[in-house]
Design a protein around this ligand. Structure first.
Ligand code: WT7
Length: 638
């Protein structure tokens, strides 16, 4: 049997859950024994929630790429590891078998080494969704360099922030990326960022769009010539660096309630185990299946369920360069039909956006290969859930609603597709090793069923966040200090009469816009950089397709003479500072913001107004100037 720890019945799930509670050490040691290690661990788990220190499989040595590549290059060399679908359907599909992927990874790893990249160095990766992105990530892991992938929708100044924070020595990028009808000039964005990044010594450039780029002598290297040089000199084998179980594998920056994104750190063994175990069990992966996760590798979903989860299982992972609506809204369905996709994992925002095109794009598309569907990133509304089930799964493909976070490394709460019951809009039950608790504002546990509260996790799991790069105290403060002894997720949650969990959304100042995580403070900082802006307040509001939209209240130094022009300038500023993904959907110019006497902005009121509420704004008596609320209501953006 391929995966003896795959839970195939409800009883098997409940048994595993109980075992993971009763004897976590034995439970996880059993699973870890199925991986390739250079040296065994001496302790399975050590954890202290008060200092936010967690270690799994301490003493053990391994390399994640041997577990993702070498073992399958030996046992199933000709199985397709990466099946790549280009942005333009007229261009050919590319495939890389496990043997070929390992060879390419070793070649590029040698190219990195040749230019002085070593174990522990940080390497930022800013590329489109091409197979070389996967190769770059895995090449870093091969030599023990810590990768930090930056989503292609971030601006030069966001890249610079991340590169500086990580102290990155190298950047890997492309000339440009194809996305639908657009071309994104990645290298020129990197060039702008590099004006402020003295730690970067080398830049690798993969040619994809073949648009002209500047190549700085002595700093910029062409991906193709560098790897060909390795081939020509016979530098084709690269041994896998022996990593400590707790050596950092990657940093991934994510937004929180403060203005500055933080670098979430995941380490080698625990993350690997968690990505693998959750992949096998949630999607009920069977050998030979094609897994299509539509996320971008710039987000954690791509790390765990395009790369490490599927590859650690020897699966065929489908990587798609384009977008769901180009050349038309049937693109996902064309891909499913063309490649006989078995598992489709996408976001509610994609489903809702495709729903607006009706069912015509689905006509005459053969989706009968689909066995399992998944959703992630934000709460899925009932209408989208049923559409996905009916129109895509044809009532035959169980939907796994998977709740997790960048910080958790992998899926935490989800039904196991076709094994444990699904319930529309519910993530349902925790995976083995995950022990959720609901608490009230004061941190008091809310026991029993049919209750709501703030979602916390009370024991360490293998994929738990290890640190925030360069500032461990920030990690402790953000996640482990709100409710001492617990990991706080930032999400509100309902536990129904059957004990099933339903995530209701963030309770902090973090938004989920089209499934992208954006902090309101970050957007405010960006708006405030506009020369004419004095102050701003940003809140989320319900958006039919994006889940949440961004609503900005802005005070200008003088009321803008041309509001349309000012709005466009603010949008342009936000694009420059963060990236196009953070552009507000609505901007309202105001002369004041509702503040308490101590100067705190009452976001609760602003949120209600943005939601369209006019009457029940709650208590406004503590406001410094209640008149400001009247004014804001009058000027509300449609
Ligand atoms: C936040 C984490 C996990 C990968 C993608 C997002 C929200 C995530 C669900 C779900 C309701 C969800 C939460 C969480 N979220 N999955 N199935 N149902 N909400 O990762 O960018 O770290 O965002 O996404 O609010 O805290 P992320």
């Amino acid at each position: 049997m391929a995966f003896p720890y795959q839970l195939k019945t409800p009883d098997a799930y409940h048994d595993a859950y109980r075992q993971s509670q009763k004897d976590p050490e034995a439970f996880w040691a059993g699973i870890a024994s199925h991986f390739t290690w250079h040296k065994p661990w001496h302790s399975v788990v050590r954890s202290d929630f008060h200092t936010a220190t967690h270690s799994w499989f301490e003493g053990g040595k391994l390399n994640i790429t041997e577990n993702c590549l070498d073992r399958y290059a030996a046992s199933q060399p000709d199985t397709t590891a990466i099946l790549w679908e280009p942005n333009n359907p007229a261009e050919s599909t590319r495939t890389l078998t496990y043997r070929q992927l390992l060879d390419e990874v070793m070649l590029f790893a040698n190219a990195l080494k040749h230019r002085g990249i070593c174990k522990g160095d940080r390497v930022c990766i800013y590329m489109g969704m091409v197979p070389e992105l996967a190769i770059a990530v895995l090449a870093c892991a091969r030599i023990g360099a810590i990768h930090s992938v930056i989503f292609g929708g971030f601006s030069a100044s966001s890249i610079a922030d991340r590169v500086q924070d990580a102290g990155a020595k190298a950047i890997i990028t492309c000339d440009g990326a194809f996305r639908g009808a657009k071309t994104i000039p990645l290298k020129s964005v990197v060039d702008d960022a590099l004006q402020h990044c003295p730690t970067v010594q080398s830049v690798w450039v993969l040619r994809r769009t073949h648009e002209p780029v500047s190549m700085h002598n002595g700093r910029d290297y062409d991906w193709h010539s560098e790897t060909e040089a390795m081939r020509a000199t016979g530098n084709t084998h690269c041994h896998a660096e022996s990593m400590d179980a707790e050596d950092p594998l990657f940093i991934l920056y994510t937004s929180g309630s403060t203005g500055k994104p933080k670098g979430v750190v995941h380490t080698t063994a625990g993350y690997m185990l968690w990505a693998h175990y959750t992949f096998i069990n949630v999607f009920q992966y069977q050998p030979g299946q094609i897994h299509f996760c539509t996320a971008d590798i710039g987000w954690i979903t791509g790390h765990s369920y395009i790369l490490y989860g599927p590859l650690s299982a020897g699966a065929t992972t489908l990587m798609f360069e384009g977008i769901p609506t180009w050349p038309d809204a049937g693109r996902f369905w064309d891909i499913v039909q063309k490649h006989n996709v078995d598992i489709l994992y996408t976001a509610p925002t994609a489903i809702r956006s495709l729903m607006t095109f009706g069912t015509a794009p689905l006509q005459n598309k053969d989706l009968s290969s689909l066995k399992v569907l998944g959703t992630v990133g934000e709460p899925i509304n009932a209408e989208a859930w049923h559409w996905y089930d009916r129109e895509v799964g044809k009532g035959n493909a169980p939907i796994a609603d998977t709740w997790w976070q960048t910080e958790t490394g992998g899926i935490m709460i989800s039904n196991l597709a076709g094994v444990t019951p699904a319930k529309p809009t519910f993530a349902t039950l925790p995976l083995p090793g995950v022990f959720p608790v609901l608490v009230d504002e004061n941190g008091k546990e809310i026991a029993g069923n049919g209750v709501s509260g703030n979602l916390c996790i009370q024991k360490p799991w293998p994929g738990i966040i290890r640190s925030t790069w360069g500032d461990h105290e920030r990690c402790r403060q953000t996640y482990f200090s709100t409710y001492p002894g617990l990991y706080f997720t930032g999400d509100g949650c309902l536990r129904d009469e059957d004990g099933h969990y339903r995530i209701t959304g963030r309770v902090d100042d973090v938004l989920s816009v089209s499934g992208h995580r954006i902090g309101t403070a970050e957007v405010e900082n960006a708006i405030n950089m506009h020369a004419g802006v004095v102050e701003s307040a940003v809140v989320g509001f319900p958006h039919d397709i994006k889940g949440q939209g961004i609503y900005a209240y802005v005070i200008c130094s003088s009321m803008p003479a041309n509001e349309t022009e000012m709005r466009q300038d603010i949008l342009q500023t936000v694009s420059q500072v963060i990236g196009p993904i953070a552009k507000p959907d609505a901007i309202q110019f105001v002369s004041g913001l509702p503040k308490t006497r101590s100067g705190k902005i009452m976001r609760r009121i602003l949120r209600k107004i943005a939601e369209g509420e006019t009457q029940n704004l709650g208590d406004t008596t503590t406001l410094l100037d209640p008149g400001v609320v009247e004014e804001i209501l009058r000027g509300k953006q449609a």
